[in-house]
Design a binder for this molecule. Structure first.
Ligand SMILES: C[S@@+](CC[C@H](N)C(=O)[O-])C[C@H]1O[C@@H](n2cnc3c(N)ncnc32)[C@H](O)[C@@H]1O
Length: 384
């Protein structure tokens, strides 16, 4: 496909998303119907679509309309690319711009320039203060790819060496001692030897930093209560030197890949359907708005509604309440989200402490996307 044809494909997919289709589904349907598209074409079209979703509001302003065509025009203008070269009518690309289209559009104003809905722009300002704009701006660009070095099998330098042999260049990152930022060859990771043999995992640097904050020691009974795919479970297992970690999720299907992942990583993970008894450390990485990860899942910022946020905070409070009963006296309850919204983070912790006597907050930390990784929050609470 020519660059212009890829752009036209993205325009068509964006129109499907505007009709109410989920981005992943629209992309899959397009790929099924476009057998001529190779893997590089599919990746390029996907990049255009996700770029447009991250810049959804500002792209409409810059492109002078709400359609896929206007929005992709806005994306090109955002990046300072030559619009006439791509809207050329050549090579299955978009038709030449009309005079009206060429002159339409202007600089986005207000929260459109932050690429947030107004209600979320106001929440960002209220919760993040001076940081609000930088956080919103950071969410407008693509996320970096990070690896976690599996210290059960290798160290940072050892991992970097074998990754380089596989054509993947990396550098250490300040957010976590186990984090490597992929600077070249990111698309090769999932098929590479170091990944397939469990030397490294794909995991955001701030997600790793969250686990670093949790005070665990070998010999302790540790439970990951919202384990999902097990990214943090495996990081906890590495912190424990390979000793057993317990994993639970309300939806056990979310943990179905965990045994294979654990085996590959040399970790010992015991899945529990109904955790009983007491644990020294319970991590609850609760379901949340995902606001810290909107670079990766940009649809979320346009889909989230105030009532969804209210519902999520209720679920989070109820998980905290359940988990506090699983922590032994003197033990740790670690509360984490991949959100930058204060109502899911510090306010949730403050409410918990106000309602539950005998708990002490040992530490809390907000990671922001402008730090390099995703936005995450973690608080470590000790039971008296
Ligand atoms: C943010 S995700 C966890 C991600 C995971 N910790 C990781 O690092 O890959 C939240 C998880 O909480 C689970 N969940 C939702 N409600 C729950 C509940 N009441 N109890 C336990 N898990 C719950 C969801 O199924 C989901 O897998």
């Amino acid at each position: 496909m020519t660059p212009a044809a890829r752009l036209q494909a993205a325009i068509d997919i964006i129109d499907k998303i505007r009709d109410g289709n989920a981005a992943e589904k629209a992309l899959t349907n397009w790929a099924r119907a476009s057998r001529f598209a190779g893997s590089k074409d599919r990746a390029a079209v996907r990049d255009h679509v996700f770029d447009c979703l991250r810049l959804w509001r500002s792209a409409a302003a810059l492109g002078g309309g709400e359609t896929g065509r206007a929005r992709m025009l806005g994306v090109l203008r955002h990046h300072g690319l030559d619009e006439a070269a791509l809207f050329s009518g050549q090579g299955h690309g978009p038709a030449v711009l009309s005079d009206e289209e060429a002159q339409a559009g202007g600089e986005p104003q207000g929260f459109a320039a932050w690429d947030l809905p107004d209600w979320l722009g106001a929440r960002f300002q209220a919760g993040l203060g001076d940081q609000a704009e930088a956080t919103a701006q950071a969410l407008r660009s693509r996320a970096a790819v990070f690896l976690r070095v599996n210290t059960l099998k290798t160290d940072l330098a050892g991992a970097q060496e074998v990754l380089a042999e596989a054509g993947i260049e990396t550098q250490p990152h300040v957010l976590s001692p186990t984090a490597l930022l992929v600077t070249e060859g990111a698309r090769k990771v999932a098929r590479s030897e170091p990944y397939l043999t469990g030397l490294v995992e794909l995991q955001d640097a701030a997600s790793q930093a969250v686990v670093d904050e949790v005070p665990v020691q070998p010999g302790q009974r540790v439970l990951d209560y919202c384990a999902g795919g097990g990214g943090k479970t495996l990081a906890l297992a590495a912190r424990l030197g390979g000793e057993r970690v317990f994993a639970h999720d309300a939806d056990p299907r979310r943990m179905s890949d965990l045994p294979a992942r654990a085996e590959r990583a040399g970790a010992n993970v015991d899945r529990l359907t109904a955790p009983k008894g007491e644990f020294d450390v319970v991590l609850c990485d609760v379901p949340c708005s995902g606001a810290g990860a909107w670079r990766r899942s940009p649809e979320g910022k346009w889909r989230l509604q105030p009532e969804d946020l209210q519902d999520l905070t209720k679920v989070q409070a109820s998980i905290l309440q359940t988990c506090q009963g699983l922590v032994t006296s003197g033990g740790i309850l670690a509360y984490a989200t991949c959100s930058v919204l204060v109502e899911e983070n510090l306010e949730q912790v403050e409410r918990f402490l106000a309602q539950n006597g005998g708990w002490e907050c040992l530490s809390h930390r907000q990671f922001l996307p402008e730090d390099g990784g995703d936005g995450f929050f973690v608080a470590c609470l000790r039971k008296g």
